[in-house]
Design a protein around this ligand. Structure first.
Ligand code: G3H
Ligand code: 13P
Ligand code: NA
Ligand code: ZN
Length: 328
């Protein structure tokens, strides 16, 4: 059944678990995520970016989600707009049946220029007022995703770096977070702690200087009742990097967010954990393996079934680690 982000995260806070928010673009991702949720008896958030909406088309996406809800009747499913860039994107998502939207006002409408605090409050509060009138939930973001190692923030496609940002823009200020939540009435708050989107997050296993989990602890102390969202939370597992590279891939050595750090975040108010790259990487590693080991193969199902199994395995591991399992 469909559920709002607020309903799901209130339940998660009550029982001290976290919920992975997996990005969805196609049927294979949808089936993999929901089969894992059913196996683990876990509620789940499926989120679509603007890119996903234009890739699949709003109607296809809506019908696909309808199908998933019907196929997996025991699973609470929140359908969320990932990184909405303006009011219109958020409202059209709700029109298409999304139960939750992210208004990412940390960046301007172009989704690449850092926005000032006043703009962020204005646009996020507007979306919250409208969404709440029709029972949908809202996630806001304060601070810019990006690397504390390089000082580079995110660019248009959400992956990689564009301009240099100063340290303070790459970390959410706890006092400003308190003001922001009061002024916007968001249901959940995405914070910046040094993570970035995509595969290249850290050049070494992250420690406190480049992955600022302490900022989450400080925000949770000031805002104990606010649901915290971690973006850029793929772990970029070494074994999947290896399988990708052993089959002709050329991924540079890289480190993601360790699952144990996310688990620590969940003990301090993190309730929604955004994961896209891990499923992309595992799926792509399987395509490569099939292409590499069975060079006469051209049946898409022979590529996509192993890809689905790989994505499903990662989803199941996250449901277990985050304590989502058993809470459907
Ligand atoms: O924001 C980043 C998510 O991984 C979505 O990526 O915009 O390429 O669909 P996308
Ligand atoms: P990853 O690129 O780490 O999977 O992050 C996804 C994300 O934050 C989507 O909003
Ligand atoms: Na989001
Ligand atoms: Zn994100």
């Amino acid at each position: 059944a469909l559920i709002t982000l607020r309903q799901l995260l209130d339940h998660a806070a009550d029982r001290s678990y976290g919920v992975p928010a997996f990005n969805i673009n196609n049927m294979e991702q949808g089936l993999a995520i929901l089969e894992a949720a059913r196996d683990k008896d876990a509620p789940v958030i499926i989120q679509a970016s603007r890119g996903a909406r234009s890739y699949a088309g709003d109607i296809m996406l809506r019908k696909m989600i309808e199908a998933l809800v019907e196929m997996f009747p025991t699973i609470p499913i929140c359908v969320h707009q990932d990184h909405g860039n303006d009011v219109k994107t958020c409202l059209s998502a709700i029109q298409h049946g999304f139960t939750s939207v992210m208004m990412d006002g940390s960046l301007r409408e172009d989704a690449k220029t850092p926005a000032d605090y006043g703009y962020n409050v204005h646009v996020t509060r507007t979306v919250a007022e409208l969404a709440h009138m029709v029972g949908a939930s809202v996630e806001g973001e304060l601070g810019c995703l990006g690397s504390l190692e390089t000082g580079e923030g995110e660019k248009e496609d959400g992956h990689g770096a564009e301009g240099k940002l100063d340290h303070s823009q790459l970390l959410t200020d706890p006092d400003e977070a308190m003001r922001f939540v009061t002024e916007t009435k968001v249901d959940a708050l995405a914070v910046a702690i040094g993570t970035s989107h995509g595969a290249y997050k850290f050049t070494r296993k992250p420690t406190g200087d480049i992955l600022a989990m302490s900022v989450i602890e400080a925000i949770h102390e000031k805002l104990p009742n606010t649901h915290i969202v971690m973006h850029g939370s793929s772990s970029v597992p070494e074994e999947w990097q290896a399988m990708f590279n052993e089959n002709g891939g050329e991924l540079r050595e890289t480190y993601g967010v360790p699952v144990e750090e996310i688990v620590r975040g969940i003990r301090h108010g993190v309730r929604k954990v955004n994961i896209d790259t891990d499923l992309r990487l595992a799926g792509a590693a399987e395509f490569r393996r099939v292409a590499n080991t069975d060079r006469t193969q051209f049946d898409p199902r022979k590529f996509l079934k192993p890809a689905m199994d790989a994505m499903k395995k990662i989803c199941a591991e996250r449901f277990e680690a985050f304590g989502t399992a058993g809470n459907a």
